[in-house]
Each structure stands twice: as structure tokens, then as C-alpha cells.
Design a protein around this ligand. Structure first.
Ligand code: NAI
Ligand code: AKG
Length: 421
């Protein structure tokens, strides 16, 4: 495409990754734009009254990558970094992720350019409701189904669902996933991404012959994904040496008490001030020795600068896009030392259980928690086996293998339907 609205470092990263995989798969040049560029992008202005009486307008986006396999699916991010390029990259990654997991979805992502930590609860509700109100013409249970991502949570999903439902004159639970169970959500969605990360880390440990009870981990990000992953790893016997959020990073070679940190963060809303001991520079935390490193916050934290300094055995990508293509080249050279669980495999637990939530909402038939996790782990196990086998067969990295499987699924669906140029 000679000109597009999608730009910026994160979209550039998604584009470069796609080019590498398209070269590997020998996808003809003429077919590539059709696969990479999103079908639709929506930009909306969301005015709200601030608590001090001012009116402020926030910019919101939703990008729907492709509708070839079913509705689009993906989270909604409230963060200062949000722009159309970032959201588009995240939508593209959602497509490969859903395809790898065998879900009947294309990818989408949305967001608002706002620091949610600066909003009062009333302002957050007003902004969430206004965003969904603006999106009503463009989303639907069979068109595009939203979910949580960074800076949003179950409460925001409940407001989205309520706003959409009020406009339709009836309750439509299946319009978003990641809702509270009391508002039509599924058991297990809150923990799904983090527990999925821990399950796959367990499989990687098996692969490397490391006992979970002897393993150590460092987790960046202490939100839905990072905190739950840290707790689930602790349950498996892994010692957590380091954690961080946007306000502080802590490291203790003897191990941190994750439950205590969780209680503190629940009270204060952040980690800063937890202790004067164990404070470490956030960037240094990532290069401390550990068996498992879990980036579970923002994009592009494993870079050409620090990839050669990592001292972990497993890089478990809880976040979307934490590793730049420059870092990937270094990690490929270090493949015998570092086992990479690429994002579209590692953090797929969230969207898989979102799929279960959507299915349950459509059927009005709800499952026990054990059934949710049993089905989740079966899908993750299948994807894990597929990625390992494909990487071995084609002598490629785990990321390339995961992406190749996902891109193949979307490409062949487009070809079969006859929509391919
Ligand atoms: N929530 C979900 O189900 C899924 C989330 N993800 C990805 O996981 C990542 C985290 O998302 P959530 O946990 O849902 O978000 P969240 O909003 O619940 O938590 C984000 C955490 O990251 C921390 N953080 C932000 N900037 C940071 C920085 N520069 N350094 C260290 N920590 C920082 C925040 O303080 C917070 O603890 C994102 O990349 C998201 O796209 C991926 C799949 C599903
Ligand atoms: O649960 C979902 O639908 C999407 C979760 C998400 O945004 C992601 O996997 O990055």
C-alpha cells in the first residue's frame, strides 16, 4: 500500500514481523496488503464532564482487522500511548492469535488516549460509556466483540455492556467479554490470561527439564496478566524474585511475597511505597538472572539493547509485542539458551476464555470453572505442540512458527471464500 493511516513504531513492528513470515511462507507480494492492512478503522471523539466542571474531549479508536472467519475480537486499551497505529498493530496480532488458537474470529483492538490513573471513578464511567455509545454503529455480537486490555477491567466491560444494551432496549451480554460474572461473564476469564501464561511456562519447563519447584521468575507488570501470572507461578512452586509496575520495581534474590504485594497494590493502586528495601531500576530488573522472565505490561521492552543481556531460560510474553524485531534476531541466535513463548501463543488464554464467554452468553448456558480451565488448557496444549513441531520442522523461531500457523489459517480462509485478490 503506497499510503496508509497506520504508522508509528508499534505498527512498524507488526508490519516487519508480517513481512518476515510472508517471506518464509512465500506469499506473493500482491496478496500481502490484503492480509496485513485492517479492514476498518474507526476514530471517535469522546467528550466528558471532568469533576472540576470542564468539558474534555478524548480520542478513541477501534480497528477491525478482518471479518473472514467471523466477528472481530479484541480488547480495549485506556493508555496515553494509544493511537491508531498502536491499535492497528494490536488488532493484527489478535488475528494471528485467534487463528493459532482455532477461534472463529478476526482480530480487533480499540482504545482511548488517556491515562486512566488520572480519572476519578465517575470520570472513568462517563468516558467508558461515551466510548461505547460512539461505537454502537460499528460493533455487535456478530460484528465485533470487545474485551478488556491494559487500563480497562471487568467494571469497564460491565459499563460497555450496559450502555450497548440500553440503546438496544434489551440486555445483550454477548456484546463484550471479560464482564463480571454477575453481569453475564464467565467463571475464569479474570484469571485466564495469567493462568494460561503459567500453564505454558510449565510446559516450557518440562521441555527444558527444569523442576518448577527449583525455578525462579521475574514479572514486569502487576495488573491482570502480570499479577495473576505471578500468583499462578507461585502456586506451581516457582519463586518470584522480581516484580514491577509503572511506579516501582522490586527485586529480592531470596524471593518476594507476592500475596503481600498484591494486598498493598489493591489498597494503594500501585506498587510504589511498598518497601524501601529491594527497590531496583525498572530496566535493570529485566536483566537479572532468573529462569523465567515474564514481560506483562507494554510493548517493546525487550530490545536490541538488552536482548543480549537477558539471563533467563524462558521468555514468556504475557504482554503483546514486548519484543522488537531487532531483539528477535538476537534471541534467534540465543535459541539454545532462551526458550521463547511468543505473545500470540503465551497470552492467548484471555481471548480463548473470552470465546467461551461469548459462546455461553449466546447459548444462555453457563459452565463450571473446571470445564472452562480444562477446555482452555486443551487448546493451549494443542497450540504449544503445533508451534514446537512447526519450529522444528521448518527450523524457525517459535515466534515465526506461531505466526506462520496463524497467517496460514487466515490466508487459506480468504482464498477458499474467494475474497482474495
Ligand atoms: N487483560 C488481558 O486479558 C490481556 C492482556 N494482554 C496484554 O498484557 C499486557 C498487560 O495487560 P493487563 O495486565 O490487562 O493490563 P493492566 O492494566 O491490568 O495492568 C498493566 C500493568 O502494567 C504496568 N505497567 C504499565 N506501564 C509499565 C511500565 N512501563 N513498566 C512496568 N509496568 C508497567 C501497570 O502499572 C500495571 O501493573 C498488555 O500488553 C496487554 O495487551 C494480552 C492478552 C490478554
Ligand atoms: O479477550 C479478548 O477478547 C481479547 C484479549 C486481548 O485483548 C488480547 O489477547 O490481547
Amino acid at each position: 500500500m503506497s499510503h496508509s493511516i497506520y504508522s508509528g513504531p508499534v505498527f512498524e513492528m507488526a508490519r516487519q514481523q508480517f513481512k518476515t513470515v510472508a517471506d518464509h511462507l512465500d506469499i506473493p507480494e500482491l496478496d500481502r496488503d490484503r492480509l496485513l492492512y485492517p479492514k476498518r478503522a474507526i476514530a471517535v471523539s469522546c467528550p466528558i464532564h471532568r469533576d472540576d466542571g470542564r468539558t474534555e474531549v478524548f480520542q478513541g479508536y477501534r480497528v477491525q482487522h478482518h471479518l473472514t472467519l467471523g466477528p472481530t475480537k479484541g480488547g480495549t486499551r485506556f493508555a496515553p500511548s494509544v493511537d491508531v497505529g498502536e491499535v492497528a498493530a494490536l488488532a493484527v496480532w489478535m488475528s494471528w492469535k485467534c487463528a493459532l488458537a482455532g477461534l472463529p474470529y478476526g482480530g480487533a483492538k480499540g482504545g482511548i488516549t488517556v491515562d486512566p490513573y488520572t480519572l476519578s471513578p465517575r470520570e472513568l464511567e462517563a468516558l467508558s460509556r461515551r466510548y461505547m455509545q460512539e461505537m454502537i454503529p460499528f460493533v455487535g455480537p456478530h460484528t465485533d466483540v470487545m474485551a478488556p486490555d491494559m487500563g480497562t477491567n471487568e467494571q469497564v466491560m460491565a459499563w460497555f455492556m450496559d450502555t450497548y444494551s440500553m440503546y438496544q432496549g434489551q440486555t445483550i451480554n454477548e456484546i463484550v467479554t471479560g464482564k463480571p460474572v454477575s453481569a453475564g461473564g464467565t467463571l475464569g476469564r479474570r484469571e485466564a490470561t495469567g493462568r494460561g501464561v503459567a500453564y505454558l511456562v510449565g510446559r516450557a519447563l518440562d521441555h527444558l527439564g527444569i523442576e518448577a519447584g527449583c525455578a525462579t521468575a521475574i514479572v514486569q507488570g502487576f495488573g491482570n496478566v502480570g499479577l495473576v501470572a505471578a500468583l499462578a507461578l507461585t502456586e506451581r512452586g516457582v519463586k518470584i524474585l522480581g516484580v514491577s509496575d509503572h511506579t516501582a520495581a522490586y527485586y529480592d534474590p531470596a524471593g518476594l511475597n507476592v500475596a503481600e504485594l498484591q494486598r498493598y497494590a489493591a489498597r494503594r493502586g500501585h506498587l510504589a511505597g511498598f518497601s524501601t528495601q529491594g527497590l531496583i531500576d525498572a530496566a535493570d530488573l529485566l536483566v537479572q538472572r532468573c529462569d523465567i522472565l515474564v514481560p506483562a505490561a507494554i510493548e517493546q521492552v525487550i530490545t536490541g539493547d538488552n536482548a543480549s543481556k537477558l539471563k533467563c531460560r524462558i521468555l514468556a510474553e504475557g504482554a503483546n509485542g514486548p519484543t522488537t524485531p531487532e531483539a528477535d534476531l538476537i534471541l534467534q541466535q540465543r535459541a539454545a539458551e532462551i526458550f521463547v513463548l511468543p505473545d500470540i501463543l503465551c497470552n492467548a488464554g484471555g481471548v480463548i476464555v473470552s470465546y467461551f464467554e461469548w459462546v455461553q452468553d449466546l447459548q444462555r448456558l453457563f459452565w463450571e470453572e473446571a470445564e472452562v480451565f480444562d477446555r482452555l488448557y486443551r487448546i493451549l496444549e494443542r497450540s504449544f505442540q503445533q508451534v514446537i513441531a512447526r519450529a522444528k520442522r521448518d527450523r524457525i523461531s517459535h515466534r515465526m512458527a506461531a505466526m506462520a500457523i496463524g497467517v496460514n489459517v487466515v490466508q487459506s480462509a480468504k482464498q477458499t471464500r474467494g475474497l482474495f485478490p
